[in-house]
Design a binder for this molecule. Structure first.
Ligand code: ADP
Length: 426
């Protein structure tokens, strides 16, 4: 199996988001969790997204992990590799977008890299190199207060220059509106002038289609799901997709088994989804302080689920309203309490799977990462979309047998998301 499009995602839920976009735009796609073991047999797919956790680690670690992932993808035929970053360009002056982009390009033989985080579907647009989040410039959006990567500058040419050794240029909307030929000429001119990365404007999907077509002719590009959309549509237009853009229905072949929902997200949407679920399913609200105190709360949760799960899906949630979360964080520290709860939920999840759960919904980005790592799931085939940005996932090469999952980050999904997700999993 030769991969037509390779991607390296800097976090897990971003990887699912991209894999979902590629699938919706006609590519059969697998998302791997890290670089797969050589023994993993991947299904016949057009695109592979390798999920890493390198957004906020030291730049040298990110470079090492990303270049290893690229080697793996190239060995499997990927002629183009997209480095998938956040559509809000989450990074600092130390990296990691600049260093990883340069390292991937160098390892692939050099050449200029197109860079754009634009994703119009979610309100991320780039004009004259400036990133807008909805109606606001990046530096006036909530991203200015991000705990790990506060974004104080909307000018991505400047942002990327500060974290790069090479020169950074701009391909503006006028060039993009003039079509692929002009973009290609502009890219070549920048490259001849010694520029190693070019930030590209994009406001509409058609801009990303133009960029995707030109990026495909290069070795590496850097962008969010929007650029993935452009690359996928360009590949489909080129006639190189053997599956003919087949619907990913085989990903949702029934797996049987029991079903459960676990939640560690404290977002407004998740809290509302839990309230709605309470009307139709048994919901256990974990006591976070008891979770932090020792293993008793975990054991009690598993026993509670054991008494009910044969009769239908159960929900186990640590999620709490902001005041409760703030109080816990002030007592135990933000990171320590978050991680301890993620670990507790991942242990509960693994116990549920050991007791026969094969259909699983996880609410929370970090929570999902912890659960997937604990279950040691090597890869997912991407199925149909449940809600914007959240597809059904089918495990590939899973030691516990085939499972269907939905990993929902933060504010995603309507208020009946949990029931809607389970209705698509049999
Ligand atoms: P989201 O996608 O909504 O951001 P995450 O899972 O990424 O959700 O993050 C939620 C964080 O909140 C996790 O670290 C989780 O362990 C933590 N958490 C969950 N419940 C509580 C709680 N009751 N008090 C404090 N932190 C919590």
């Amino acid at each position: 199996m030769a991969i037509l499009l390779g991607s390296i995602a800097d976090d897990y839920t971003g990887a699912s988001d991209l894999a979902n976009t590629l699938t919706k735009n006609g590519l059969r796609t697998v998302q791997t969790v890290g670089i797969p073991d050589p023994s993993l047999a991947l299904p016949d797919v057009d695109a592979v997204v390798v999920s890493l956790k390198i957004r906020s680690v030291p730049a040298s670690d990110a470079v090492t992990a990303a270049t290893s992932a690229q080697r793996w993808l190239r060995q499997r035929g990927a002629s183009h590799v997209l480095y998938k970053i956040c559509s809000t360009f989450d990074s600092t002056d130390a990296g990691n977008i600049g260093p990883v982009t340069k390292a991937l390009s160098d390892a692939a033989g050099g050449g200029i890299v197109l860079v754009t985080p634009a994703f119009p579907e979610t309100g991320r647009t780039v004009y004259l190199g400036h990133l807008f989040v909805g109606g606001q410039p990046l530096n006036e959006s909530p991203l200015k207060d991000h705990p790990l990567n506060p974004m104080h500058d909307a000018n991505l040419v400047r942002v990327l220059t500060r974290q790069s050794h090479g020169a950074v240029g701009l391909i503006d909307l006028t060039a993009i509106a003039a079509g692929p030929g002009v973009v290609k000429a502009r890219l070549e001119a920048l490259s001849a002038a010694g520029v190693t990365a070019a930030v590209a404007d994009a406001i509409f999907e058609r801009d990303l289609e133009t960029l995707g077509e030109i990026a495909l002719e290069t070795a590496v590009s850097t962008g969010a799901s929007g650029l993935g959309l452009g690359l996928a549509r360009a590949l489909v237009r080129s006639g190189r997709i053997s599956s003919g853009g087949a619907a990913p229905t085989d990903a949702i072949r029934p797996v049987g088994g029991l079903s459960a929902i676990v939640a560690g997200s404290c977002s407004k949407a998740t809290l509302r989804q839990l309230e709605v679920a309470e009307r139709s399913m048994p919901v256990l609200r974990l006591d976070p302080e008891r979770l932090l105190a020792g293993p008793d709360e975990i054991a009690a949760a598993i026993s509670w689920a054991g008494d009910r799960i044969a009769a239908g899906p159960v929900v186990i949630a640590a999620s709490a309203a902001p005041e409760t979360v703030t109080r816990l964080q002030s007592l135990y520290g933000r990171e320590a309490s978050g991680q301890a709860i993620e670990t507790a939920i991942s242990i509960i999840t693994a116990e549920l799977v050991a007791r026969g759960v094969r259909r699983l919904v996880v609410a929370g980005g970090e929570t999902s990462g912890a659960a997937v790592d604990r279950l040691a799931i090597p890869a997912f085939l991407i199925g149909p979309e449940i809600a914007a940005g959240v597809p059904v996932l089918r495990t590939v090469g899973n030691a516990q047998g085939d499972m269907l999952l939905a990993l929902k980050s933060g504010n995603f999904g309507g208020e009946d998301f949990f029931a809607a997700a389970l209705a698509m999993m049999h």
